[in-house]
Every structure is written in structure tokens, then in C-alpha cells.
Design a protein around this ligand. Structure first.
Ligand code: UDP
Length: 328
């Protein structure tokens, strides 16, 4: 039986890949996005796009009233660690404030299930072990803290109001739709993989590596890159797994790659050198973030694009085919 879902931020990078997965499955997705970061062109034909801001409580109420909703997926947020260290209050007010208002509206309109796009930036682990869900929460950045505030709000909405939730902590979302329909297009782009690919293609200046004096094997930061379509699949699974209770899943491949190893992967896939320079550390970065995704794997999650060269290849093909991203 087809189901109907509201996807805030469904025109953004991870959100649009979820919308595609819902459509592929025959479900109905309604996208709510203010298009400040997302792209109209990332919303498939035939999918309703409601252009509204989460700060507009009356607009959000009107949308939620028009249910029933099988679940609300909440992606709409500012998502840059570095920016959040320059504008912490904007991140807290916008991400946490809008998230809390949305949760309140969902409770009032009796939405039964809520899936949060959360982050590995909740953790500030310095060792090289895998990070389980119950690792100490200690965000290094205002971005991470803003997501933690929403996670805590969801706990209250569940305990007191009975709204089930899934907090999905992505490690580093990367890659692009293997069918070539969607890709990564942030403006400005700040993420390592698209910047490294563009540097290789000669479309941007040499990549700046932020610090090579971290306590990691080659001194550059280690991250766990997870394919964006594998993330989308985890969301589909979470909605059903929530039947048995609230969910907190760390989502990654359990394999860490340093910044330099990502540059090498881009070189292997593209056959081009990645020009780069080394600079100081970027504020807010943790040395190493690698997931233990044991609970999601136990629930049946099976990442299909775990190989790092496969992840890079999907990203490379999309950027090669879309020199201007989604255009304009
Ligand atoms: N990074 C870098 N140069 C860049 C962008 C990113 O060295 O131009 C590093 C960054 O410091 C981090 C890793 O690449 O260690 C991944 O950063 P990204 O912004 O892609 O994701 P984040 O880990 O912040 O979510």
C-alpha cells in the first residue's frame, strides 16, 4: 500500500536522494523546502514542492494539517561545521529552533513517526576506535550541538506525547545517485569530495587540506564516507523499524579514510592529479570520526556502495556531467 511522507529539505542533497528512493518504491513524497540551499531541479517531476520556511509556523501548521502523514523526514537545516563556528547563534536558533517548532507541530497534528537527519558531529572522539551510538555526546561545533538539541527534544516528544522517532547520525554523506539523476551541489561548496573532484577537473583552485598535524596516521582528519543512496535506504528501513521503539543509529561504513586518502581515491577514479596545499586546521573539526553502525546493520541495513572508489566514481560522474551542478 503506497504511503505518504513529508520531507523537509527534500530539495537538498540527502533529502532529494530519499525522495527519489520513496518515488522508486511507489510512495508519495511531499517536499517542504525554502530553496535557500536546496534546488528546485532536484525535486522530481510529479512530486509536490511546497516552498515554505520552517520559521513560518502558520505555513507549517497548514501543511501538517493536510495529513495523514505516515512519517515526517526532517532534513532542512544549515549543515556546515566551519560556518557554525563563525555564526553559532544562527545555527542554534535556525536549526534547533525550527526543529523544535516542527516537532511541536507534528505532535499537535498527531504525526506518529519522525525521522531526523542527525550527525556524527555529536561526537568529539579523538581515538581511532569505531563510534557506537552510546559514545559520549560532546559536540565540537555549534552545528553538532544544534542537532543534539533536536535529538533531546524528540526524546521528550516520545516520552510525554508518544511520537516515535529515529535519529539517524550520518557520518560523511558522499557520492551521487547511481542512476545519475541527482548529485551534490552546495553553494558555496565546502565538502571535501566535490571540492577535490573540481580541483582535479581544473574547475576550482587547488584544494586546501585543513591541517596535517592531527593524531592520525598521516596527520590529516579521518572520516567515514557513506554513500548518499545507502543513507536513503536506512531512512526507509528506519520508518518500519520504529514500530518496535525509538531509534538511534550511527550510519557509516565503519572504515575511515584520511583527507589525503580521499585525494588519492579521486586521482585513481579520475586519472587526474588533485592539486592541493596544506593549511591550518579548520575550527570545529574532530580528528577521527568512524561509525559503528551495528544496530542499523542488525535491523537489516546493507550498504550497497561501501567501496570508496565506487562512492567517488558516482560523485565524479555527476560532477563531470553537470559542470554547473543544478544550473543557474
Ligand atoms: N576538508 C579539507 N579541505 C576542504 C574541505 C574539507 O581538508 O576544502 C577536510 C575537513 O577538515 C574534514 C574532511 O575534509 O576533515 C571532511 O570535511 P567535510 O567538510 O567534507 O565534512 P565534515 O566532516 O565537516 O562533515
Amino acid at each position: 500500500m503506497p504511503r505518504r511522507f513529508l520531507v523537509t529539505g527534500g530539495a537538498g542533497y540527502v533529502g532529494s536522494h530519499l525522495v527519489a528512493a520513496l518515488c522508486d518504491r511507489g510512495d508519495t513524497a511531499v517536499v517542504l523546502d525554502n530553496l535557500s540551499i536546496g534546488h528546485r531541479q532536484a525535486v522530481p517531476d510529479g512530486v509536490e514542492l511546497i516552498e515554505a520556511d520552517l520559521a513560518d509556523a502558520a505555513a507549517i501548521d497548514a501543511v501538517l494539517k493536510n495529513g495523514p502523514w505516515d512519517a515526517v523526514f526532517h532534513f532542512a537545516a544549515l549543515s556546515q561545521v566551519g560556518e557554525s563556528m563563525r555564526e553559532p547563534l544562527r545555527y542554534l536558533m535556525q536549526n534547533a529552533g525550527n526543529g523544535m517548532r516542527l516537532i511541536d507541530a507534528c505532535v499537535r497534528h498527531r504525526v506518529g513517526r519522525f525521522v531526523l537527519s542527525s550527525t556524527a558531529a555529536l561526537f568529539s572522539v579523538t581515538g581511532d576506535g569505531l563510534i557506537p551510538e552510546d559514545a559520549p555526546i560532546d559536540p565540537n561545533s555549534a552545528y553538532g550541538d544544534s542537532k543534539w538539541m533536536i535529538e533531546r527534544t524528540l526524546r521528550w516528544a516520545s516520552e510525554v506525547q508518544g511520537m516515535r522517532h529515529a535519529c539517524l547520525r550520518y557520518f560523511n554523506a558522499a557520492g551521487a545517485d547511481p542512476k545519475g539523476r541527482l548529485g551534490e551541489d552546495h553553494r558555496p561548496e565546502t565538502h571535501l569530495m566535490p571540492l577535490a573532484i573540481d580541483a582535479a577537473l581544473g574547475r576550482r583552485p587547488p584544494l586546501t587540506v585543513f591541517g596535517n598535524d592531527y593524531p592520525t596516521p598521516d596527520g590529516t582528519c579521518v572520516r567515514d564516507y557513506i554513500h548518499v543512496s545507502d543513507l536513503a535506504e536506512a531512512h526507509l528501513l528506519a520508518v518500519d523499524a520504529m514500530e518496535d521503539g525509538d531509534i538511534r543509529w550511527n550510519l557509516g561504513n565503519g572504515a575511515g579514510y584520511s583527507v589525503m586518502e580521499i585525494l588519492q581515491a579521486v586521482e585513481r577514479v579520475s586519472g587526474l592529479p588533485v592539486p592541493h596545499t596544506i593549511s591550518d586546521r579548520r575550527a570545529g573539526d574532530a580528528a577521527s570520526l568512524v561509525a559503528s553502525a551495528a544496530p542499523a546493520l542488525r535491523a537489516g541495513w546493507q550498504p550497497k556502495f561501501a567501496d570508496i572508489d565506487t562512492i567517488v566514481r558516482t560523485a565524479f560522474l555527476w560532477r563531470q556531467a553537470h559542470p554547473h551542478g543544478y544550473g543557474n
